[in-house]
Design a protein around this ligand. Structure first.
Ligand code: KG4
Ligand code: ZN
Length: 341
């Protein structure tokens, strides 16, 4: 049996996990920075990087202690090195490199987005590849054709905001707390999803697998404050208006995600849809995807919420690289931008 320490620090969670090659999770620690970024209604890169520096060693230490293992017991050390915030990525990669240098263990880098798809493999406990992968998070919204656990082909993605980012920004407009996804989902429970007809960005194009959420964000702003008027001139929205706006906005995002996922399945001929990323925790999205995939006769895998949001367990995708002899040299660098492929 081989054992892996995985490190995740791509955005605002400092996480470490210890996982076996049978995909048993021996320990998983996630140190969230939610309270640090809450006052800014979004992740502040410099604050995130500094918080990672403070937390990375205690987080790794705690994961090893919970697993009852020493560094010497590990077979390799994995770290997400792309994509993400440069400062945040650097902290995780430097920690992993330092541990590899000190122990002589091999280093395996993983793509954070591929790892989000792999979370479905972990949750299902059986093979999910080949599949279409939908990643919906605060930083990304994209579709992959996944022939296997190391073969990802970019199909399409957002041309502006990520879905989670739109949730966070619209929540701030509605005066709801950060992170916006869970707040909007909660407010939407008492709202009418048909109260406002918001745009489903790019959905009139029946061929594209791209998304757009910036127009939707603007449409919510106009519905809330009026067209071309300063926000300060408007009376505060009533709780029912907030609920209706939240429900209508959520429905527009969900519509776009569901329709593109079905189109991706159709275009690739894959029979399984795997969904990952923080927004995959959204109950309405889960419900609509369940209905849509059942109607289309394809399998749906969505990880439980704790595996949807950023975590280090999903870094177990590194075993797929290790099995193929794919380790990394110690001078490997971070890749903050999205590499389509
Ligand atoms: O994957 P994640 O934890 O971090 C990134 O890599 O971005 O995703 C965080 C995003 C945030 O934008 C948050 O508002 C959103 O996921 N989110 C949700 C829900 N829970 C988290 N969005 C919609 N509904 C939810 N229940
Ligand atoms: Zn993520």
């Amino acid at each position: 049996m081989s054992v892996l320490l995985t490190i995740e620090s791509t955005c605002d969670e400092t996480a470490a996990a210890v996982v076996t090659d049978r995909l048993e999770v021996l320990a998983s620690v996630v140190a969230s920075q939610e309270t640090l970024h809450g006052p800014f209604a979004g992740v502040v890169p410099e604050i995130a990087a500094r918080a990672h520096v403070e937390r990375i060693v205690p987080t790794i230490d705690q994961a090893l202690r919970r697993a009852g293992l020493e560094l010497d017991d590990l077979d390799a050390i994995a770290v997400a090195h792309t994509p993400g915030l440069a400062g945040s990525l650097l902290v995780g990669l430097m920690a992993a490199k330092a541990l590899c240098l000190a122990t002589g263990k091999p280093l395996v880098t993983v793509n954070h987005l591929h790892a989000h798809v792999y979370a479905c493999r972990l949750a299902e406990g059986r093979e999910v590849f080949p599949c279409v992968g939908l990643i919906v998070s605060g930083g990304h919204t994209l579709l992959y054709d996944c022939a296997g656990p190391t073969e990802f082909r970019y199909l399409g993605g957002t041309i502006d905001d990520a879905a989670g980012e739109a949730f966070d920004k619209v929540a701030a407009m509605l005066g709801l707390p950060y992170p916006g996804g869970p707040s909007i989902a909660k407010a939407a429970e008492g709202g009418d999803p048909t109260a406002y007809r918001f745009p489903r960005g790019l959905s009139q194009d029946r061929q594209t697998l791209d998304f757009s959420f910036s127009g939707l964000k603007t449409a919510v702003r106009y519905a809330l404050f009026g067209y071309g008027k300063p926000a300060s001139d408007q009376p505060s929205p009533t709780p029912q208006q907030i609920a209706d706006l939240a429900a209508s906005f959520q429905e527009a995002v969900v519509d776009a995600l569901v329709s593109r996922s079905l189109l991706a399945l159709q275009k690739t001929g894959r029979r399984t849809l795997c969904v990952g990323g923080g927004v995959a925790a959204n109950r309405r999205l889960r419900q609509r995807l369940t209905e849509a995939t059942a109607a289309a006769g394809v399998a749906l895998c969505i990880a439980p919420p704790e595996l949807c949001t950023d975590n280090a367990v999903m870094g177990a995708i590194a075993f797929e690289k290790l099995r193929r002899g794919q380790t990394d040299p110690l001078d490997v660098d971070i890749l903050p931008g999205l590499v389509r492929g």
